[in-house]
Design a protein. Sequence first.
Length: 408
Amino acid sequence: MLQKRYILRYFVILFISAFIFTTCRKDDVPEYEHFVRNTLASSYSESYIDALLSYAGQSYPEIAGLQQHVTTGVNVYKVVYRTMVGGKRIEASGLVSIPDVPGEYPVLSFQNGTNTLNAACPSEDPGNYMYQLVEYIASMGFVVVIPDYPGFGSSSDIPHPYLLSEPTVNSITDMFRAVNEATDEFPGVQLKNEYYLIGYSQGGWATMSLHKYLETEAPDEFTLAGTVCGAGPYDLYHILTGMVSSESYPVPAYLGYIIYAYTFYDYIKNPVNDLLNEPYASRLSTLYDGNHTADQINSQLSTSIPELVKEDFRTNYSDAKYSSVRNSLVTNSIEPYNTQIPLLLVHGDADTQVPVSSTNLFYDKMILAGTSSSVCTKTIIPGLDHGDAIMPCMTRGLEFLIDIRDNK
């Protein structure tokens, strides 16, 4: 009898120990609202970054001024997180680049320009030369966030919501939230509630949309310190009107991207064949699948606008029939307002893809809305087309943001 009692006690103790052990292990795994996982993609030493910037400076002399700010190496992570697109929860992705020296750092978010190829998004191609240059910004004392945007990386199974403000802003702020809540997953790093934004082309528009959202709708959650927007299509109604009324446009992939995304996500109610001629209308849905470059898409469309776009749409753009087109463009444009946060707008004056008038008009309207000219400044770079102005925009913009940070 005594032996049975000891055996029973042994099993009770064993059961309780096992229960406590498994319970503790379950509790040790954090449950995050947004963060899903991260994986180390690459690491770069301070000396490597310094050497590569020296090499890059041979092609882009303006980079030389940034080398003085390099103080650490960096670790680059691919991050997967939860967000919402079209009323559905998805897993989106991007890159986070952090200094390899422990400390508390502000956040800098980079929004890239138009991309149609999944293999070329940040998390799928972190070793891309241009992405590397952005990743290296972490060596200058920032935690750098580089979103893929929905439709790329971990969410490549859905169409990219191109130039749609709500899913764009939501996905970026949810990435901020994911990194904020999971700092333990990034050893040695703490985040300051201090955010800097920079982006070019589509990224310029996304950055300005984000700037306005953080300042006007989420100031208690995110403290925005400064923003740089390059060559963004801020007034989409103005941009598309210019496209469809012209005789030619060099990058028809942009026009097709807008029509495809806006019809797929039910912003434009018209069928595609109301807007585009055949065979372009029928082939549009096959082009934006993440497997085609912009050049490949351009070759399947036409730079001749009369050939590409339906004549009725071009000549009767203001008719009620096309009201959903006009309304959706207005909805996703950025309404100028009185910002109190330092903002730099940059554009090349020879831009044939996003006309410099986009920045000039937006700047003028921001000033008319009450923004001080000392808060919102504008730099127009002479003689540079869309692609040529990227590096000057980034280097001047980064100096602008570093100056704000260092003089806070």
